[in-house]
Design a protein around this ligand. Structure first.
Ligand code: NAP
Length: 344
């Protein structure tokens, strides 16, 4: 018997990707429902070679739903995830609403798949922030070998990480620059076309941004609370694909060659690291791909046991939709959930 899956936020960047990946991976879904706000009710979205009519979340009956892939922002998730979970569906949420809740597992299957077993306390599992997901996929195998002490990250995050309106803003600003029209700014605090913005999410008291705080806290929860991490998160005028310059200090010695070999064998990682023109991956090439790409692996002689690397992934896939679906697959493969009996 197949599962009934509801995708909340199906008209958004992540939701559309979720529908695509469910079809691509032949997820064992007997039925898929596409849900969004009332604004989108009756519009259509694509699921494999089928077209689904979008339904409004607030009128939807979740009684038959087994898995709800939630991707409609933090406020919607805070209100709706507990209600959907109370109907017996496991909610896999993409927002930041539940990530730090001690009763909600925060999962990247390549890193801490065993944590899914803790889902039953609230029937909710959280997906990490997009930039954390690809980072921990690359850090985990290196941590297992040489124990990470401290990580310094600078991110180069694409506009799709801020939703479909942000992609439209990059497009319309770029067009305005070429047609000599006025450049209008709504979603971002400064112009994003032909610019970079060192500010994602709100400011915290210590001067860091919430995006930077999330990366630090989520890495600790998923990988190891002892790891010290500091980040500078930057929005760049790229449509899809997040990049990260990562500097790591280890407890134990590890060479660049060893790191390359370890990462080559690690789940979810793909090493493209030739020390020549173009011998590395850029965000453009990561679009539509599942892997976390690692390039520019080199020793950092300024600290003991230091390495630097370049990490790139499609933020809408590993950073969001793909990771959520892998969590669903983990639940099913480990027989942690069973499809409900459906009404005739
Ligand atoms: N983009 C990423 O890289 C990424 C990565 C990790 C996590 N996330 C998280 O995933 C979530 C969605 O991101 P996104 O990039 O897909 O955003 P988006 O493109 O702006 O899409 C938002 C989706 O939420 C729906 N929605 C908004 N208000 C709603 C309501 N009241 N009831 C039901 N549905 C509602 C929208 O439906 P309408 O079309 O009807 O408005 C749309 O389908 C966010 O929490 C984001 O933080 C995103």
């Amino acid at each position: 018997m197949g599962y009934k899956v509801a995708v909340v936020g199906a008209t958004g960047n992540v939701g559309r990707e979720m529908l695509g990946i469910l079809a691509e991976r032949s997820f064992p879904a007997e039925e898929v429902a596409a849900l969004a706000s009332r604004r989108s009710q009756g519009t259509e979205c694509t699921f494999g070679d089928r077209t689904l009519k979008v339904k409004a979340l607030e009128h939807y009956d979740f009684a038959d739903v087994d898995i709800c892939l939630m991707s409609a922002g933090g406020a919607v998730s805070k209100e709706w995830s507990p209600r959907i979970a109370a109907k017996g569906a496991v909610v896999i949420d993409n927002s930041s609403a539940w990530r730090m809740d001690p009763d909600v597992p925060l999962v990247v299957p390549e890193v801490n798949a065993d944590a899914v077993a803790g889902f039953a306390k609230k029937n909710i599992i959280a997906n990490p922030n997009c930039s954390t997901a690809q980072l921990v996929v690359a850090l985990k195998p290196l941590h297992d070998r040489a124990k990470i002490k401290r990580v310094v990250v600078a991110t180069y995050q694409s506009v799709s990480g801020a939703g479909k309106d942000a992609m439209d803003e990059l497009f319309s600003q770029t067009k305005a620059v070429f047609t000599l029209d006025e450049v209008q700014t709504k979603k971002f605090s400064k112009r994003i076309a032909f610019n970079v913005i060192p500010h994602i999410d709100t400011f915290m008291e210590d001067g860091s941004t919430r995006e930077e705080w999330k990366m630090m806290m989520e890495t600790k929860k998923i990988l190891d609370p002892k790891i010290k991490l500091t980040a500078t998160c930057v929005r760049v005028p790229v449509f899809v694909g997040h990049s990260e310059a990562v500097n790591i200090e280890f407890e134990n010695p590890i060479t660049a060659d060893e790191a390359r070999e370890i990462l080559r064998a690690a789940p979810g990682c793909l090493v493209i690291d030739k020390r020549e023109d173009g011998g590395y991956v850029t965000p453009y090439e990561s679009v539509g791909e599942d892997a976390t790409y690692i390039s520019r692996i080199r020793e950092d002689a300024t600290v003991d046991n230091g390495l630097s690397l370049w990490v790139v992934s499609d933020n809408l896939r590993k950073g969001a939709a793909l990771n959520a679906i892998q969590i669903g697959e983990t639940l099913i493969n480990r027989k942690l959930i069973q499809a409900k009996k459906k009404a005739a």
